[in-house]
Ligand binder design. Structure first.
Ligand code: GZL
Length: 367
């Protein structure tokens, strides 16, 4: 993704918490190579492309603020700091590629010193990666966690050095404004609900549905599953969930599980894949079984280019975006925090969506 300029917009979240600098709006890209996705990168399904200036994030309603006084640490200018970025999964999944690119683009745009590490989807390596970043002198950390639990050793080491942490994407089970400053992520329950709405629309609310679950041990899988199931129960009682198995967010496993699925459930109507890579694996399995586009309705989450192309080609019915472009928000939050401003502990990044009505025109915004 090309870099884009954001205009920081201070706004009053609640009279009690002022100058939270967490809502950032997309401005017209300035000083960056123009591309069709600069003006907006959060497409809404069958909605007009977002105009420049659309808000791409906001504090979670009811969330609290965090200040450097409350957290502990020294005010500093981000330009004088070294920031460590810990990525969880290997850069094979376009979600991770786009996420890392967003962090690197923003650090480069701001002229910041960035150290990076990739845990190759191994949690023990992510723990040692973060400890290594601290040893190399990181003054601030941005972490994209693989798992939600097991972070204590890192939190203790960072606290001992008074190194503030911002977590992006998946949630760690720890205390905001004590163990980490802010958590910036999509609303994954809402993603599940929106996927259910697309599945209901695709199937007419009747039939049998399978879920390709994400990997275990993180809130994304739990929340996308909860959102989907709750919505189906609420809106489509005649849509029966007859199968659920993890594909570990991986294309190959998604294909293997789907091959088993169509053997054990030959009458399956729809497949809800909790990420695009598994959804594309499912497409491979259906092709291998001689199915035709649209025989089985697939709904996925992420917003990768290959999956949106799958909508254009008829194999996938809908894609809910999981926006990986955390760079501007993460550094905006760190910048405000280190300058002594109050930042939101919990920031929700906005997600778009793709369906048969907007996939062709909006595919340029996919990653
Ligand atoms: C969601 C992120 C998930 C993606 C998958 O924000 O944690 O992890 O949806 C990735 O593609 O594996």
């Amino acid at each position: 993704m090309k870099c884009s300029t954001i205009h920081r917009k201070k706004f009053l979240v609640r009279p009690a918490i002022v100058s939270l600098a967490a809502a950032v709006t997309l401005g017209a890209a300035a000083g960056c190579a123009k591309s069709e996705d600069d003006a907006s990168n959060t497409p809404e399904a069958s909605a007009p492309a977002a105009e420049a200036g659309q808000k791409v994030a906001s504090p979670r309603p009811g969330g609290k603020g965090c200040t450097i006084e409350a957290y502990g640490g020294e005010k500093t200018d981000l330009k004088d700091a070294t920031i460590g970025f810990s990525q969880s999964e290997k850069e094979a999944n376009p979600f991770r590629i786009a996420e890392t690119e967003s962090i690197k683009d923003e650090a480069e745009k701001r002229g910041l010193k960035l150290l990076t590490a990739n845990a190759q989807s191994q949690f023990s390596k992510q723990i040692s990666d973060v400890q290594d970043l601290l040893a190399k002198g990181a003054d601030l950390l941005v972490i994209a966690p693989l798992n939600s639990d097991g972070w204590e050793p890192v939190l203790r080491a960072a606290a001992a050095k008074k190194v503030p942490i911002v977590t992006i994407d998946r949630k760690i089970n720890a205390t905001p404004c004590k163990d980490y400053v802010s958590f910036i992520a999509s609303d994954f329950v809402e993603q599940g609900r929106r996927a259910a709405d697309q599945m209901i629309e695709a199937t007419g609310g009747k039939g049998k549905v399978a879920i390709l679950l994400g990997s275990a041990g993180n809130n994304v899988t739990t929340e996308r599953t909860k959102g989907f199931k709750d919505r189906i129960a609420e809106k489509a009682p005649d849509l029966e969930i007859v199968f659920e198995q993890t594909g570990d967010f991986a294309r190959e496993k998604g294909q293997q599980v789907t091959e088993q699925l169509i053997q054990s459930q030959p009458g399956i109507t729809g497949i809800y894949a909790e990420n695009d890579e598994m959804g594309l694996g499912a497409v491979g399995a259906l092709k291998g079984a001689g199915k035709k586009p649209g025989d089985i309705k697939i709904i996925t989450i992420d917003g990768t280019r290959n999956a949106v192309q799958g909508i254009v080609d008829g194999w996938i019915h809908g894609v809910i975006e999981s926006n990986p472009r955390f760079g501007p928000l993460a550094f905006e939050t760190l910048d405000s925090f280190t300058r002594g401003e109050e930042v939101a502990q919990d920031i929700v990044i906005q997600d778009g969506a793709y369906d048969t009505k907007n996939a062709k025109q909006d595919i340029g915004k996919a990653y």
